[in-house]
Ligand binder design. Sequence first.
Ligand SMILES: NC(=O)c1ccc[n+]([C@@H]2O[C@H](COP(=O)([O-])OP(=O)(O)OC[C@H]3O[C@@H](n4cnc5c(N)ncnc54)[C@H](OP(=O)(O)O)[C@@H]3O)[C@@H](O)[C@H]2O)c1
Length: 230
Amino acid sequence: MGLASASLFRTCGAYVILAGRSEARLETARQRLGDAQTLAFDITDSEQVTEALSRLPEESLDCLVVTAARVTHGPFAEQPVAEVREMFEARFWGAYGLVRAALPYMRAGGAIVLFSGVLSRRPGMNCAGLGAACAAVEALTRGLALELGPRLRVNCIAPGMVRTELHDRVPEERREAMFRSTGESLPVGRIGAPEEIARAVLLAATNGYMTGHVLDVDGGHTIRQYATRQ
Ligand SMILES: NC(=O)c1ccc[n+]([C@@H]2O[C@H](COP(=O)([O-])OP(=O)(O)OC[C@H]3O[C@@H](n4cnc5c(N)ncnc54)[C@H](OP(=O)(O)O)[C@@H]3O)[C@@H](O)[C@H]2O)c1
């Protein structure tokens, strides 16, 4: 979704900077986009974050979009607590630390777009920790919007299920079955595409009257029926 957003921003004439942990993956993404800068860092490593950002001129960023996150699932009583802590480390503390470090690099009038997920308000089995981490990011969004305004706006995108590399570790057959059954349970009848989320990111980045908002882009996940539609 980060790459799809960068691609849409490019189409709109923006200069984009791609970030992630892997130099090789960043280079592949950069080649797809054409003219773009890359910054390799791990969002959970504050020293790497500080060093990477120091390569940018101060007050040079109009928009910061944070999609990096770790996902873990498991039955509450069985999932190792350390695993859930690691997820909070990337998803919540990663976003928290990056926004803090990026403040001097943000231009007045700029926008920050964070990412959560529908699980924050519509829980799923084996996802209690993940839902809580998403809810923490949403609360952070509202707090930051209040505190950083009017200099900056802060919003959060809460996607439903979207076909991305995030799901690649699920074996293909199981993954496609999951996409199909989730899609069928949604009012729109299918799961989402990264490009559809990118349009919501662009809205949050450019609408100057929108801040402190959590935008569900989920095919109607939060209002779906419990049973699959007949
Ligand atoms: N896809 C869905 O169905 C879905 C649903 C609800 C919510 N979400 C949330 O939406 C956001 C975007 O999801 P996505 O599906 O686009 O994820 P994705 O395809 O897995 O992409 C995540 C990106 O973040 C980078 N990243 C991961 N960990 C990082 C770290 N520690 N430091 C720096 N970069 C890191 C990854 O690159 P490297 O691995 O190369 O670092 C990758 O480019 C996430 O917060 C996700 O949890 C996704």
